[in-house]
Design a protein around this ligand. Sequence first.
Ligand SMILES: NC(=O)c1ccc[n+]([C@@H]2O[C@H](COP(=O)([O-])OP(=O)(O)OC[C@H]3O[C@@H](n4cnc5c(N)ncnc54)[C@H](OP(=O)(O)O)[C@@H]3O)[C@@H](O)[C@H]2O)c1
Length: 292
Amino acid sequence: MSSSGATARLLPGGPVAQQVLAEVAEGVAALRAAGVTPALATVLVGDDDASAGYIRIKQRQAAELGFASPHVHLPASASQADLHAVLADFNGDSGVHGVLVQHPIPGHLDYDRALAVLDPDKDVDGMHPVNMGRLALGLPGPLPCTPAGIEALLAFHGVPVAGREVVVLGRGATLGRPLAMLLAQKRPTANAAVTVVHTGVPDWARYTRRAEILVAAAGVPGIVRPEHVRAGAVVVGGGVRYEGRRLLPDVDESCAEVAGAITPRVGGVGPTTVAMLFRNAVRAAQRAAGLG
Ligand SMILES: NC(=O)c1ccc[n+]([C@@H]2O[C@H](COP(=O)([O-])OP(=O)(O)OC[C@H]3O[C@@H](n4cnc5c(N)ncnc54)[C@H](OP(=O)(O)O)[C@@H]3O)[C@@H](O)[C@H]2O)c1
């Protein structure tokens, strides 16, 4: 929070994630009681330290929640065909319910092509083109984790969304675009009037200044400043950029002086994203077992 008189209520993601993960653990226990061991497979390509660290954290968490987590580590020299072969094996393995390919992958490989090979029902990131299509059509399926995490965060903290004006800054495939689709759906925790702004709308502040809920999804450090925020609005910081280990959020801290509620700089949207990954995994196992 800013030292210069911040007033906004904080909207941490940690308690949201805890609640979601408690539900996931219950789901895993019920599956195990029915004789099914839910399995979330992980795939790491190359030797990037940060990626290896993220995979280790997710595997540890998977084990704590009761998932099996078979892991494949391909060398940095792996070909696109090698990666596809691993995914095809997991697709054909009925004991594996979800598959996570840690990104980024080495530059000579095409992540989107690999994702398209994965069985959409095992896509725990919710980013497969079929799952984006399901989202657009309002059909059930794995939801993209960060948008689903933001919806859960707003619901958990009692922020009404239905009928309100939400402005999303950014139309990227990971965050802005799927979030706009999600929050416009006809459900009690969504049902909003959603506007999406981007570089094609140079005067985007005209829209953000009238937003009751503003979501930053640009990945441009400090792009959202107090003059872009309506007094009392809810501000959600989704976009971040990393410089080494330093996290640089889209939302300037001084926005807390204007906003009514705001996600904290650290521990906001991030923890909810990870929780949604496990929610997608347990739901995939439930569906496969005919329990979903
Ligand atoms: N917190 C988390 O757990 C989490 C998880 C996933 C992603 N993220 C973050 O979410 C952010 C968005 O990711 P993404 O993959 O969806 O987006 P992306 O593909 O990087 O797209 C960024 C979007 O922001 C817009 N934008 C960039 N600079 C702008 C400017 N100066 N004015 C107006 N609009 C601008 C771009 O507009 P154009 O379309 O016109 O280029 C684009 O639509 C990233 O920072 C990523 O790190 C966070």
